[in-house]
Design a protein around this ligand. Structure first.
Ligand code: 3PG
Length: 216
């Protein structure tokens, strides 16, 4: 049965790793390292030429992971992502064409927003789970707090500026489903095949966040 985007984000919590894959040959090892650190959902950005091949290889080798395609900025990328095996899709913003292509592809979709009018537009398209992009530290935290009043029931995945230092301030907000970020798998560590360090970064994020999930 197909998951809703909100269910995908719930499974990703606390962190949806945002991957920029430069070398397709390292993709499966990277996914394994993240899995070992507790990651169950990840996003492969379509920013590099081999991204779709990397996504397909990860899906084949690690069927236990839920893998989405991110940085979808052209309508035709939705069908390409679906055909490569993507289980959900993510964009940094949203347009009518992208929303229509996402509908046609039939996959859960996380469109990006930055302003109240963009939230309203996303609501008109029927989306209730939104990526807040870019998330600019303290000002985005304030904005999310302000969004809570008018946008009841809307859940956000702030991305683009999340670090271990501000992670908890975002996750603590009731309208934040999870956060996204590249810091979990930095290119220098991937290039160096520093899998243990990547596993550790993922595990550290989970450990940090677990303090929030404990009942007081
Ligand atoms: C994204 O596409 O979601 C962002 O570029 C990730 O931003 P970050 O590098 O600050 O995590």
């Amino acid at each position: 049965m197909q998951l809703t985007m909100d269910e995908v984000l719930q499974q990703a919590r606390p962190v949806l790793p945002v991957l920029v894959i430069e070398d397709v040959g390292l993709a499966v090892d990277l996914a394994r390292a993240l899995y070992a650190g507790g990651v169950r959902v990840l996003e492969v950005t379509l920013r590099t030429p081999g991204a779709l091949d990397a996504l397909a290889a990860m899906r084949k080798e690690l069927p236990e992971l839920l893998i989405g395609a991110g940085t979808l900025i052209h309508a035709e990328q939705f069908a390409e992502a679906r055909d490569a095996g993507a289980q959900f899709t993510v964009s940094p913003g949203c347009t009518e064409r992208l929303a229509a292509a996402a509908d046609d592809a039939g996959l859960p979709y996380l469109p990006g927003v930055m302003t109240p009018s963009e939230v309203l537009l996303a609501l008109e398209y029927g989306y209730r789970s939104l990526k807040l992009f870019p998330a600019n530290g303290a000002s985005s935290i304030k904005m999310l707090k302000s969004f809570k009043g008018p946008f009841t029931g809307i859940r956000f995945c702030p991305t683009g500026g999340i670090t271990p230092d501000n992670l908890l301030s975002f996750l603590r907000l009731p309208n934040v489903a999870c956060v996204g970020g590249t810091w979990i798998a930095p290119s220098n560590l991937v290039r160096a095949r520093a899998w243990d360090q990547i596993t550790q970064l993922a595990a550290e994020a989970r450990a940090l966040a677990s303090s929030l999930e404990q009942p007081l």
